[in-house]
Design a protein around this ligand. Structure first.
Ligand code: 1GP
Length: 251
């Protein structure tokens, strides 16, 4: 199965997608499995697993638990080159294009590419763009890079266009896990105006209404982690999925 082709096909049909992020440090293996059991019927399109900094060695264990209970594609969302596992279906091959830290633009990719090939893990080329969310985030600190100011949609759009011209397959507009303020609608609209590729948006999305606004602004995939995992519980997943999948807007 090619995971990216599935994402692209849904995007091209104008279907909005919900990705739920599980952090192996913050969820038990059993709870991850329980969530996976109901994920498909709740409308989850993608299960993302990873974190900016993992302090446990549970990545493969959590992925395996999810894969045993669900057919939803599992994609690694790596905070570092240590976060790889042959048990996953794919990995976001993130190039941190909003930063100017060569290690996160290309250096780590060179190190890990032969390993991905060995593991037969599908890499999904993704232009990763940090947007200022009001407070310093783990992603910004750990990558030693500045986010794009949230009131500069034109700068975000220029990055989106560069990613498109470089041949990247999708964009991820990142407010950061637990962000105070999610990526502004204006930033998503600006990025969407310059590229047709799937755009993921995540960080600080805590209500179904806000998730829907991000989808209406042009996001293809809405990512929610902290709100389900730490704040509201997974029972809310279905209401988020229903809200963003309402057929009230196009791509
Ligand atoms: C973080 O975009 C993801 O990388 C999800 O963020 O945990 O705030 O939902 P939250």
């Amino acid at each position: 199965m090619n995971v990216y082709n599935g994402i692209l096909a849904r995007h091209q049909r104008g279907e909005k997608q919900l990705a739920v992020l599980l952090d192996p440090d913050k969820i038990s293996t059993a709870d991850a499995g329980d969530f996976a059991l109901s994920a498909e019927s709740a409308g989850v399109d993608i299960i993302l697993i990873g974190g900016s900094l993992l302090t446990s060695d549970k990545l493969t264990e959590v992925i395996s638990s999810v894969k045993e209970k669900s057919n939803v594609p599992v994609i690694i969302f790596p905070g570092s080159i240590m976060q790889v596992s042959s048990k996953a279906d794919a990995i976001l091959f993130l190039s941190l294009i909003s930063g100017r830290n060569a290690e996160y633009l290309i250096g780590n990719h060179v190190i890990v590419s032969p390993i991905l090939r060995e593991l037969n893990l599908e890499p999904i080329s993704t232009g990763y763009i940090l947007i200022d969310s009001g407070v310093p985030t783990s992603a910004s600190f750990m990558s030693n890079s500045f986010p794009i100011p949230r009131n500069k949609p034109d700068i975000a759009a220029a990055h989106a266009l560069a990613a498109d011209y470089l041949g990247m397959k999708q964009l991820y507009l990142e407010g950061g896990s637990g962000a105070q303020d999610p990526v502004p609608n204006e930033v998503i609209i600006a990025a969407r105006s310059v590229t047709e590729m799937p755009i993921w948006v995540g960080g600080g999305i805590r209500t179904a209404e806000i998730a829907k606004q991000k989808a209406e602004s042009g996001a293809s995939v809405i990512v929610v982690g902290t709100h389900f995992e730490k704040e509201a519980g997974f029972s809310q997943v279905e209401s988020f999925a229903n809200e963003i999948k309402k057929k009230t807007y196009g791509k």
